[in-house]
Design a protein around this ligand. Structure first.
Ligand code: G16
Length: 544
């Protein structure tokens, strides 16, 4: 095998964000850009010689080209084997499953998640460690630091290999095994959920569901599990073919971007259960007939009903949620008498808690829910969890949510996103809030008294590592919260996220909309941060 060492110069913009490095495709297509980052990953790792790497992606534009580059570099850097999802496809949760099942050294996932795809859209890459989860901050920082001083990378000169057929081939001295990850993933789901109960529900003649795969990677997984194995009617899976540009749409399962599904769930002849997943299959949105379940409520309901699912029949060790996720799950943990951890935004912060057995379930307001079965959030798993609950409880989605609110109280919750705002204004807004945290404490505004205000920092409960500047929290005496943070996943300017929440005990007006119930706090959130002054925006672009 002839290794070629290529001279290069560093780029200064390769600091991984909330979930790896995400940039426009054109940025990744610059000579040496992807190679520099991949070499920085390999150089940050130790002890992988002769070991196995898992590589795949969400099928977006540039996925296949990037995969070939990575395979040659993995061979030149000394990996013994690379397991690749056939057609270069591997959903993020399936990658985590495969890394763990085959005891791989780690994996590289090619995805920009819910961001659009295509030649003028986004691409992304991230490294997952041997536990199957996103690399912790100390590794992502090491990768970034190496990317700032890189001067060469290693590859081999050889033709591209076939990535469309199952089986083994050699690339230099390295074995490349093309696998069908759907089988591994489906087997794992069958070991967790009550497939018989779900089959009975789906064949009852009184229940139907729709799953919107958004022309992204989950389509083939959902067709296999829902339609083939569980017997859901043909056509249950919508937009099931993975496309390089997601059909020109934004593969983000929320009320704005999964519009067609939402319309179907609210129209005549709507199904009983609707769900969607994102570009790389780790996010989920849950809908009932004429009903939307917020991700924070979904996490709380999954936790409260966990023992109905065979894989969690023994109960939960503990639960974690990201800081901006509503406090609904805290009350479930309280009632169950188990610990509830509050971590910064980003799945990587759950890894240590899961590995140490401190938590079984975790989730985020950003449409992510997961458990200790893998180390990523898992869209289809969350959908199957709901389906299992529906099969056992034999109630509608709305009735299950209403019952939950009656038992635990309700956290009225909304997130307002101001997308693509100038970075300067967004940073100034955050700086101003940061500077005012002490001054805000004790103030009474429009009937709400601020009890506490800070820039959230987190000390990992396992390795004591400290992560600071994770978002401004304004906590009111009523239990309400307003939280501000800048997105770490966008590629156009900055995105300001404002999270607004009020816990209520009342059992009345359960069908009233969050925007109505939170109107006062929403107004306060703009005045406190002077959103219009800093961003020039009068209203958010996306409300969930
Ligand atoms: C990624 C992380 C999530 C995190 C989300 C936040 O999601 O994996 O853990 O909650 O980013 O995004 P932002 O920083 O934009 O608020 P994904 O699905 O994009 O990988």
């Amino acid at each position: 095998m002839k290794i070629k060492t290529v001279s290069t110069t560093p780029f200064d913009d390769q600091r991984p964000g909330t979930s790896g490095l995400r940039k426009k495709v054109k940025v990744f297509q610059q000579p040496h850009y992807l190679e520099n980052f991949v070499q920085s990953i390999f150089s940050a790792l130790e002890g992988f010689q002769g070991k196995t790497l898992v590589v795949g992606g969400d099928g977006r534009y540039y996925n296949r080209e990037a995969l070939q580059i990575i395979l040659k570099m993995a061979a030149a850097n000394g990996f013994g084997k690379v397991m690749v999802g056939c057609d270069a496809l591997l959903s993020t949760p399936a990658a985590s499953c495969v890394i763990r099942k085959y005891d791989a050294f780690g994996g590289i996932i090619l995805s920009a998640s819910h961001n659009p795809g295509g030649p003028d859209a986004d691409f992304g890459i991230k490294y997952n460690a041997g536990n199957g989860g996103p690399a912790p901050e100390k590794i992502t920082e090491a990768i970034y630091n190496l990317s700032l001083e890189i001067n060469e990378y290693h590859t081999i000169e050889t033709a591209d290999i076939d990535i469309d057929n199952i089986g083994e081939q050699m690339l230099g001295d390295m074995c490349v095994e093309l696998i069908n990850p759907i089988t591994d993933y489906a087997d794992m789901m069958e070991s967790i959920f009550d497939f018989d109960a779900m089959r009975t529900l789906l064949s009852s003649g009184t229940f139907s569901m729709r799953f919107d795969a958004m022309n992204a990677v989950t389509g083939p997984y959902a067709e296999e599990i829902l339609e083939q194995q569980l017997g859901a009617a043909e056509g249950t899976v919508l937009r099931g073919d993975p496309l390089e540009d997601f059909g020109g749409a934004h593969p983000d399962p929320n009320l704005k971007h999964a519009r067609e599904l939402v319309a179907m769930m609210y129209g005549d002849n709507a199904a009983n259960f609707g769900a969607a997943s994102d570009g790389d299959g780790d996010r989920n949105m849950i809908l009932g007939y004429d009903f939307y379940v917020s991700p924070s409520d979904s996490l709380a309901i999954i936790a409260a009903n966990a023992t109905l699912v065979p894989g969690y029949a023994q109960g939960l060790a503990g639960i974690a949620r990201s800081m901006p996720t509503s406090q609904a799950v805290d009350r479930v943990a309280d009632k169950l008498g188990i610990d509830c951890y509050e971590t910064p935004t980003g799945w990587k912060f759950f890894g240590n808690l899961l590995d140490a057995g401190k938590i079984t379930l975790c989730g985020e307001e950003s449409f992510g829910t997961g458990s200790d079965h893998v180390r990523e959030k898992d869209g289809l798993w969350a959908v199957l969890f709901w389906l299992n609950i529906l099969a056992v409880r034999k109630q509608s989605v709305a009735d299950i949510v209403y019952d939950h609110w009656r038992t635990f109280g309700r956290d009225v919750y909304t997130r307002h996103d101001y997308e693509g705002v100038p970075a300067e204004g967004a940073n100034a807004l955050m700086e101003q809030l940061r500077a005012n945290t002490d001054e805000l404490k004790g103030q009474s505004l429009d009937g709400y008294t601020i009890e506490h205000c800070d820039d959230f920092s987190y000390t990992d409960a396992v390795d004591n590592s400290l992560s600071s500047k994770q978002g401004i929290r304004i906590l009111f005496t009523s239990g309400a919260r307003i939280i501000y943070r800048l997105s770490g996943t966008g590629t156009d300017g900055a995105t300001l996220r404002v999270y607004i929440e009020q816990p209520i005990d009342t059992l009345e007006n359960l069908d009233r909309e969050p925007q109505q119930l939170l109107a006062k706090l929403i107004r306060l959130s703009s005045t406190i941060a002077e959103i219009e002054k800093h961003t020039g925006r009068k209203a958010p672009d996306v409300i969930t």
